[in-house]
Write a protein that binds this ligand. Sequence first.
Ligand code: HAM
Length: 417
Amino acid sequence: MITVPKGTKDTLPKDSYKWQYIENTARKTAALFDAKEIRTPTFEHTEVFVRGVGETTDVVNKEMYTFLDKGGRSITLKPEGTAGTIRAFVESGLYASALPVKLYYITDCFRYERPQAGRLRQFRQFGVEFLGSDSCGIDAEVILLAKSFLDGLGVKNLKLHINSIGCKDCRKKYQQALRDFLAEKKDKLCDKCKERYDTNPLRILDCKDEDCKKLLKGAPVILDYICDDCKAHFDGVKELLRAAGVEFTVDTGIVRGLDYYTKTVFEFVSDNIGAQGTVCGGGRYDGLVSEFGGGDIPGVGFAVGIERLLLLLENDGVEIPEPERLTVYVAPIGEAGREKAFKIVSELRKSGIAADTDYMERGIKAQFKYADKINAKFVGVLGDSEAERGVIKLKDMSSGEEKDVPISAILNELKKL
Ligand code: HAM
């Protein structure tokens, strides 16, 4: 038997309605904030992510699905949604339209990571990118969008953590402080972090190596190094969140794993789904659009991992509404009934009523069993006696009530119910 590749999953009908529900909720929430959908290709020129996400990040260094296409171009499956969105924003000239431009996407992403609960090699993100405003108000709005989406689904065990990692200038100062702090311990860092020490010391804060983590105890925190402007911006975000009644914790440990962030960064975290507890991550990225040649346009956004969200909903015991049941299963007896049934279900479907009939040549008892299994609301029996009288015997599968309905009146009868 051929199986799915490691780190990927099939979504079967017993679960696909949950995805549809989550994605519909995402679309409705995005619409409440007037965000419009953007769809970008599943693959991009590798350069988009190297430039967008950053050469020294794990995502670019270790986790990308990169290959040469038949034309010899380096292509990468998108590991996240932001870089491609910004590429499209610049390429299509959207930056010249009325700002802010509010975008959202629901997309598959690909990262070559070690699979575990909540960590896959193909996963799905709902993300938003709001472009054009550097106001702290829009940071708060983006956080509120994430929160109203998560609240709308009934998620309970999630905490909001926020931090500011300042602008480029603050970061330079902080990087130096971090290097000074680690200078004497540099030889004890893992090989990767020895490199990071020179190229991008902030990434050391993300290292999973236990020794590196210990060496970082007592390290300076970036919040102590941010400039007055960045501090005022962060204060503004906190104030607006408080005013909106949103609870949060300032967590100086959040630096995020992607290089484009500036100022506000945030995560919604759960301790109810194991090691991969970050369900949503995001923040501001004021230099990214200009990195793609689109001018000095600030941006802020987030992405929620839908697989992690589903894990959380399951562990929180949140029920996702089941899809609409089949309205009527028309059960024919004999060949003549079969043809009539085919016509009736075709007519019903044309009028928007979900209907089905037998194609397995089952006897009437087996058809009732099947209708019960697929959870049909009604079964309409079409036997010889019904055909003679021009009726269909309609049985309500919940109450067991039966009545004869003229075939010409079946549509109106079902519409009433
Ligand atoms: P990220 O933190 O790398 O940020 O990913 C966002 C979310 O995607 C995570 O919180 C997690 O729920 C989910 N996720 C990430 N990797 C995996 C994986 N291997 N398996 C399952 N789920 C995963 C970004 O991607 C940024 N582009 C977010 C953003 C948008 N920032 C600003 N705008």
